[in-house]
Design a protein around this ligand. Structure first.
Ligand SMILES: NC(=O)c1ccc[n+]([C@@H]2O[C@H](COP(=O)([O-])OP(=O)(O)OC[C@H]3O[C@@H](n4cnc5c(N)ncnc54)[C@H](OP(=O)(O)O)[C@@H]3O)[C@@H](O)[C@H]2O)c1
Length: 287
């Protein structure tokens, strides 16, 4: 994980605060803006566009962010443009903005799942710097995990700014090759659903063993939180943590042996491979 910095300026020499424009005022954009404002980012340096007034009102409720129904208006003075629209509408969003983007070359930060840099570059224009991100849903609670990839047009300073923005909703990890974002998608992008699936199964199994639905859900959810916190806060890896809670001939060992007999590692390998394959296929479909 790369440690986030608090450098929010476009140039350390000028110390100018970067103007950030969000295209799309949906869940992710609101979460990112909320996170930035909470960290003290000035509202006057944030702008957001969306065709729906009600979505813009929800943004305005976060603070004195400039809002507009025109994408062209909000990017006019932007150093960074966050593309926070669904992948399916990205081409229609970027193509009409191409002239401004080529002239001003703001940093484009795309959070759209599955859209490759080649496609974005084709719609935004040659030479426009692009950072492609793969965030996950817990970003909505500011405990997300985001993988980031920068094209070779992105400066070190711009990389730092992208990192600061995504760090407002959780941790960030840079990858050196764009193809690694398929693995990020398989691990953290889709990852929350794997834990929900395991939690669903544990809740149902707890009920089978005689617990009420409510008790089984409470115990499962708090156990997931506790295990995640132990993994994050411990100075040993998860394999060691598992060994430490597995007494010889105890209850945990009985359960772990049952998981291993059913080849849990192979099941997980296959599931993540399927997610990665689907991520590659989606990029082709969206190109
Ligand atoms: N939510 C997540 O957990 C998550 C995780 C990883 C990645 N992402 C990515 O983040 C992006 C945003 O996701 P989201 O959950 O925030 O989606 P969302 O809530 O649907 O937000 C997208 C917003 O863009 C607006 N929009 C549509 N067309 C537009 C246009 N031409 N110009 C400007 N704005 C336009 C939409 O308005 P309408 O509602 O009127 O269409 C909506 O308000 C997606 O690309 C998604 O793949 C999301």
């Amino acid at each position: 994980m790369t440690k986030p910095t608090n450098n929010l300026s476009t140039s350390s020499a000028e110390s100018k605060i970067a103007n950030i424009a969000f295209i799309g005022a949906g869940n992710m954009a609101r979460s990112l803006m909320g996170g930035l404002l909470k960290q003290g980012y000035p509202a006057e340096n944030l702008a957001c566009s969306d065709p729906v007034e009600a979505s813009l009102e929800a943004v305005a409720a976060l603070g004195a962010v400039t809002t507009s129904t025109s994408n062209a208006d909000v990017i006019e003075h932007a150093d960074i443009v966050i593309l926070a629209v669904k992948p399916q509408v990205m081409k229609d969003v970027l193509t009409p903005l191409q002239n401004i983007l080529i002239a001003k070359k703001p940093l484009l930060v795309s959070i759209a799942a599955g859209l490759a840099c080649d496609s974005l570059q084709g719609w935004a224009g040659k030479d426009v710097p692009i950072v492609r991100c793969m965030p996950n849903t817990p970003a909505l609670l500011q405990v997300g995990a985001t993988g980031l990839y920068a094209t070779n047009k992105v400066s070190a300073e711009q990389q730092k700014m992208a990192e600061v923005i995504l760090s407002a909703v959780g941790i960030v990890v840079w990858v050196a090759e764009e193809a690694e974002l398929d693995a990020v998608t398989a691990v953290s992008g889709s990852g929350p659903a794997y834990f929900f699936l395991l939690m669903e199964a544990m809740q149902a199994a707890g009920q089978q063993l005689g617990l009420s639905a409510e008790a089984s859900a409470q115990l499962t959810q708090q156990t997931a939180l506790g295990a995640a916190r132990m993994a994050l806060e411990s100075d040993v890896d998860v394999a060691e943590l598992r060994k430490r809670v597995t007494s010889p001939n105890g209850t945990t060992q009985a359960a772990i042996e049952s998981f291993q007999a059913n080849d849990l590692s192979r099941i997980v390998d296959q599931a993540l491979q399927a997610a990665s394959d689907r991520s590659q296929a989606l990029a082709k479909e969206l190109a």
